[in-house]
Design a protein around this ligand. Structure first.
Ligand code: SF4
Length: 308
């Protein structure tokens, strides 16, 4: 299904509201060698309508009421403009950690697009997480960003199977459309790869799935596949996950309860094997899998930035 049809189908069902914007840009608490080299984080929207059954952001701990409803932040662009100008370090800004910044409303509101323009004008870098093929709309701005800083796009793909994707990520681009987006981004010279998170225990943590993802990633010229071998599970998230997992297989809910109880971290029992297969297959095609290598490959060094 193309984006237009998909978005037109859910647009009317999900209300959008505005909320006051306080601070947009946040300095990350960890050092920038840990998560794709980001220095700042920002979420331009609150809530996400994509409906992924395993979504960690809907956990009660984050306190986002009506998670499926999208809220945009008032004066977000003016606030961001001031904040970018006030920062001394021209670091990489991560977008999309808590909600997909390419939600159905972005197509008309263009808040992400305006934010990317500001990032470009102020010579910052960007690291985008998304499951939506709408990201290809912003290829020209991403190319502009790479003139003065670094840009990376991580397209989350958890299964190579479109039928399964429809069940576990019902309101966003199909996996095949996401692979196509990865190809378009890479063909345009944007450093783009796949975030294989989560690897869903008993559902996607098998060799066939891993091999299929690597094969399609290779065809899409993906530069990396970064995988986390399991998933998280917290209050709020767990109930939603089980409710939808039951429709896929009631037996699986029982298996989860028996294996993980109320654990927060739920590692794949087949994780070691999946990791071996992923690394071996990726090595065959020159696809990176280690965080350090991915950061080194996409990020311009401080020397290069000084030169710019
Ligand atoms: S796209 Fe991300 S934030 Fe949105 S529902 Fe899916 S996992 Fe959650």
């Amino acid at each position: 299904m193309d984006n237009k049809k998909l978005y037109d189908g859910i647009r009317d069902k999900i209300m959008i509201k505005s909320i006051p914007a306080k601070q947009i840009l946040q300095k990350v608490k960890f050092d920038n060698s840990r998560w794709f080299g980001i220095d700042y984080n920002m979420n331009l929207y609150r809530g996400c309508p994509h409906g992924c059954i395993y979504c960690d952001s809907r956990s009660a701990v984050y306190n986002i009421e009506n998670f499926d409803q999208v809220r945009y932040k008032e004066n977000v662009i003016e606030t961001l403009k001031k904040e970018l100008r006030s920062k001394r370090k021209k670091g990489v800004v991560g977008i999309g950690a808590m909600s997909d910044t390419y939600n159905p409303f972005e197509k008309d509101l263009c808040i992400t697009q305006q934010a990317l323009n500001l990032i470009s004008e102020n010579h910052f870098g960007v690291s985008i997480d998304t499951k939506s093929s709408l990201v290809v709309r912003d290829i020209p701005i991403l190319k502009e960003i790479t003139r003065n800083n670094s840009a990376i796009v991580k397209v989350t793909i958890t299964t190579a199977n479109d039928e399964l994707a429809k069940k576990i990520e019902p309101n966003v681009s199909l996996s095949s459309e996401r692979f196509e987006a990865v190809k378009q981004l890479n063909d345009a010279g944007i450093f783009c790869g796949i975030l294989l998170t989560p690897l869903i225990p008993f559902l996607t943590d098998n060799e066939n799935e891993i091999r299929a993802i690597v094969e399609k990633a290779h065809k899409a010229n993906a530069k990396f596949i970064y995988c986390m071998y399991g998933m998280t599970m917290r209050n709020g998230q767990r109930e939603f996950f089980y409710k939808h997992l039951k429709n896929i297989s009631p037996k699986l809910v029982f298996q989860y309860q028996k294996t993980y109880g109320l654990n927060y971290v739920c590692p794949s029992l087949n994780g070691k094997r999946c990791e071996q297969v992923l690394k071996k297959e990726c090595a065959r095609y020159g696809i990176l899998t280690e965080m350090k290598d991915i950061i080194e490959a996409y990020k311009k060094s401080d020397m290069q930035l000084k030169f710019f």
